[in-house]
Design a protein around this ligand. Sequence first.
Ligand SMILES: [Zn+2]
Length: 511
Amino acid sequence: MLSKVYSAGLLGIDGFIVCCETDVGSGLPQTVLIGYLASEVREAADRVRTAIKNSGYLLSPKKIVINLSPADIKKESCNFDLPIALSILSSYGIIKTEAFNGCIFAGELSLSGKLLSIKGTLSIAIAAKKAGFKKLYVPSANASEGSVIEGIECFGIEDLNSLVSVLNGEKTHPPHAIYNESGYDYEIGGDFSDINGQEMLKRATIIAVAGRHNILYIGPAGTGKSMIASRIPAIMPIMSMEERLETSRIYSVCGMLDADKPLLKKRPYRNPHHSISPNALVGGGIKPKPGEISLANHGVLFLDELAEFKRETLEILRQPMEEGRVSISRLMGSYVFPADFMLIAATNPCKCGFYPDRNRCNCNINQIKHYLGKISKPLLDRIDICVETRLLNYDELRKHGSGQKSTEIRKIVENARIIQNERFKNDGILFNSQMDKKLVDIYCTLSKKDEEFLKDIYESRSMSVRSVHKILKVARTSADIDKSEQICRRHICEAISYRSLEEKYWGGIMR
Ligand SMILES: [Zn+2]
């Protein structure tokens, strides 16, 4: 008898519907699985037969043929164990076929027949709802994730036996409660007011977040670079539902979501070590998986000790930074992972970390050049703000919690973002940092006097055209924070101060 059960697989972070057909007939007793399968799916034959036997169902020896379609997409993961088991049982007449109407199933089986948790339930639920299914059956551990999506009922199942009783109407099983996040807190982590002193660093960071400019901190170890970076997600605007769903799906396919907190509430903060491989940073592998930059989607990627990263690791960041996503091509298809993140980078100015303090730093100019030269120029081109961090003096060190709180700063950032949304509503971008030359010409006009001022600086410092554009974009954000329509001299001066440093390090000594 022929039977049909629906399931879903994953391609990147997107779910796709899979139909599992089983035919049981006469012939040499064996189980044949076909349909462009990865090795773990082919192994399902033995796993599923044993799970069925240990769940107490005796199957007479027959030839069982199972086909998973569509045939042109490779089926990976153990999600298909459950639909395969159900279609076999149905072919033997143990489950009524009409029980499968409007239902979709995903789950891995242990040899005892228990259901084991799977990855990507969120994406599966989205795909299932889109395809018109009404009921989704997944392992209990994944049920709260499946219940996030409205319009499809999600059922958490313990083992094969109990599911068969439910499908045959011998037992009732209520759907998992609809997702409700009251009772789980915002858990921001440390507050901005914990940071003593470092006013310039804080101000530069607020501007960077407000205009979504990438930023580089440069200075000795122990000056609070990572302390401030880790607090940045808390001053970014609250995540929209769309952003939360997209980012949660990435965590879901990586198996990194908490069973009881299936939707990320906090913007991600990722700080991979400098020894990370290019694949782990941007994603990849034989079966492509999201990398750190995708895990930082809609949040912060903090690269500490930037000069210690391998050059090829940093080079590979360029394209995703431009596009806000990573595309990975493989024989079996092309994978796209979102990677829309804000880059915070930090570096020591030299190997010992104390340049330009010549009382402590003994590095010679060639050593400093070599150290900073390891950071690729194209990456620096994508960083708008560069700011120096310094060691605190004693008074600053002893002052406690005097600065602005994260919630206050977030308000400032949100207001600046509203101005930008309004400004760019017909331009297809969201932030000042995304302006191209044409938009800079439109939105960053200066008074005649200020134009002369910037021209002087451009000529006297022999700046690059790119530098001038960055100055104008950062000045635009600084003015937005001040709610000033016009970019004034103080905004330009502030923006220049974040550039002159980069020139001091990468312009002056590197020339
Ligand atoms: Zn040094």
